[in-house]
Design a protein around this ligand. Structure first.
Ligand code: FAE
Length: 515
């Protein structure tokens, strides 16, 4: 018993992937933030949990001795089932930089809908594997617009602090920031923001800041300082693989099945739900189809994954009584990217830490919060680069397309115009102050704005509309949504702390009342 934690964790791992014909009390679809919170708290409450994840485990080094590929040298590991990379910055000096890669169940999915590319993490840990780790709690005055039916006192007193503690959120040491080479780009960003009268704020992150200091000093293997981002971080980032997931495995009650993709959930004749699962190989072929029954199913496949599944299941008659709100209220968190060309005296540094640590806050006045982002190319570019989160009011809808047997998303590229206008409230002014111009070579030839993508999909099974106020899916007792799909399109800052905190709130209520 004294050795209970680790020994049980080993047993759970040894149990192997989920078997066809199994009956489980709880099945969780997806291993990102929402799924990890649900599995941990259910397991701690004594419930056995099966987690099913379409991506890989990401626990085994490749031929280069590293688990994850570097941003400057993408390979098969970098993209989900593509034969060519789909880099968010597609061009440099106008030249396309995408390259051929072998088709593989890689870590970053660039999922293409008609009007937008939605980037998502694939693997055990979900988006935490690929993201920048920026861990931002929204300003309290903005919370009412983010989740209007959630008690803000409870969130700010209990669930945001709980999420921040579990995720290991910390802040860059300001004195170190002021001197270190790898944040020269952010210091240029700060100076220029302040010269134009905008507040520059430090942004918390889950990166291990002590480790980054050692990276910069050259005493440990480099990760952020070697430009690792988008395709995984080999060392310093506290992804879910270092926080919630070891903790839930240590309960001995959770089994994770990687390379398993849920394709159907429908009521089972004897009660509970029948879940159909495709087991995949690393080129994405289905090797086995499994059928299991679960008393309860938590949809934690991310905003897009959960919305696609629920939209398909409702339209195809598997779960016809789901709310008509399913698929609605989807937003891109107002993401838009832009680069600026600096004068030679504002060099941004050849070595740039891939973890952003600061932003320009013009939310109240202009509807934009801009991360000062790295451009870790390994050479001096004299470029400043930004990912803005804006108050874009547009919301799209998922719908089932019977001709293609796929789920479509109604977002249109032109719907990014409000985001561009809001971002311009910051960057037009900075350009005027600095006598600088926008870069037009990063997203194509003569294209200023990165308006074709989002990193922050939100909504599609919106809280208190498609579900009750705690994520119980209307129409089907025992089915829950517990991920970014619950949030109606915008969080005013980077979303994963809010997704985690909301999941902590909801699972606490569900355990207390449903189990
Ligand atoms: P998520 O983490 O996406 O997990 C869903 C999981 O379900 C994934 O592992 C999927 O592979 C899996 N899945 C999907 N469909 C199925 C299926 N049918 N069967 C089995 N498994 C399935 O969901 N947010 C921040 O707050 N700060 C940042 O700095 C930041 N940077 C980002 C950078 C990039 C490049 C990207 C792509 C995202 C970034 N985000 C950031 C967004 C953040 O990662 C995202 O909001 C969360 O990961 C969403 O959490 P969920 O739990 O909703």
């Amino acid at each position: 018993m004294a050795l209970g934690g680790p020994a049980l964790a080993a047993t759970a791992k040894a149990a192997g992937p989920i078997q066809s014909g199994t009956h489980v009390p709880v099945l969780v679809i997806g291993t990102g933030y929402g799924g990890s919170v649900a599995a941990l708290r259910l397991a701690q409450a004594g419930v056995d949990v099966q987690m099913v994840e379409m991506g890989m485990a990401w626990d085994t080094p490749g031929a280069d001795g590293k688990i994850f590929a570097n941003t400057t040298n993408p390979d098969a590991r970098s993209y989900w089932l593509r034969t060519k990379t789909k880099q968010p910055l597609s061009n440099f000096l106008g030249f396309p930089i995408d390259r051929d890669i072998p088709r593989y169940t890689g870590i970053l999915d660039a999922e293409e809908f008609a009007g937008i590319i939605v980037y998502q993490g694939r693997g055990v840990g979900g988006g935490s594997l690929v993201n920048g780790g920026m861990a931002v709690t929204p300003k309290r005055e903005n919370f009412g617009a983010i989740l209007p039916t959630v008690n803000a006192d409870e969130m700010y007193n209990t669930y945001y602090p709980r999420a921040n503690a579990e995720l290991g959120v910390g802040l860059v040491d300001p004195a170190w920031f002021d001197t270190v080479d790898c944040y020269q780009y952010a210091r240029v960003g700060r100076k220029q923001a302040q010269r134009s009268g905008f507040p520059f704020v430090f942004v918390p992150d889950v990166y291990d800041w002590d480790y980054m200091k050692q990276e910069a000093a050259g005493t440990v293997p480099k990760s952020a300082v070697a430009g690792e981002i988008l395709y995984g971080n080999n060392y310093g980032k506290k992804s879910l693989q270092k926080t919630y997931i070891p903790k839930l495995m240590a309960t001995g009650r959770v089994t994770i099945s990687p390379l398993h993709k849920v394709t159907s959930v429908s009521p089972a004749s004897g009660g509970g739900y029948t879940v159909l699962i495709d087991q995949l190989n690393t080129t994405g072929d289905v090797t086995t189809t499994k059928s299991v029954t679960a008393d309860r199913v938590f949809f934690a496949a991310g905003s897009v994954g959960t919305s696609k599944l629920l939209t398909m299941l409702k339209a195809t008659g598997k779960l016809p009584n789901l709310s008509n709100e399913i698929g609605k209220g989807w937003g891109d968190n107002g993401n838009v990217m832009v680069g600026r060309a600096n004068w030679w005296w504002d060099a941004t540094g050849a070595v740039q830490a891939s973890i952003p640590c600061g932003g320009i806050d013009n939310w109240a006045a202009g509807g934009a919060f801009a991360e000062v982002a790295p451009l870790p190319t390994g050479i001096e570019t004299y470029a400043s680069f930004y990912l803005s989160i804006t108050k874009n009011p547009n919301r799209a809808e998922f719908s089932w397309n019977p001709t293609t047997s796929k789920v479509d998303l109604s977002w249109q590229t032109a719907w990014k115009q409000p985001s561009i206008d809001m971002a311009k409230t910051i960057f037009d002014k900075i350009n005027a102050t600095e006598a600088t111009i926008y870069r037009t070579d990063l997203f194509g030839v003569n294209k200023t704005w990165g308006d074709h993508l989002t990193y922050h999909p939100l909504g599609g099974a919106v809280l208190n509309r498609a579900t009750d106020n705690y994520g119980r899916l209307l129409g089907y007792p025992g089915l829950y949504a517990i991920d970014g799909s619950l949030i109606p399109g915008n969080t005013s800052v980077n979303p994963f702390v809010t997704i985690t905190a909301l999941a902590e709130r909801n699972i606490e209520k569900i355990i207390a009342t449903d189990l």
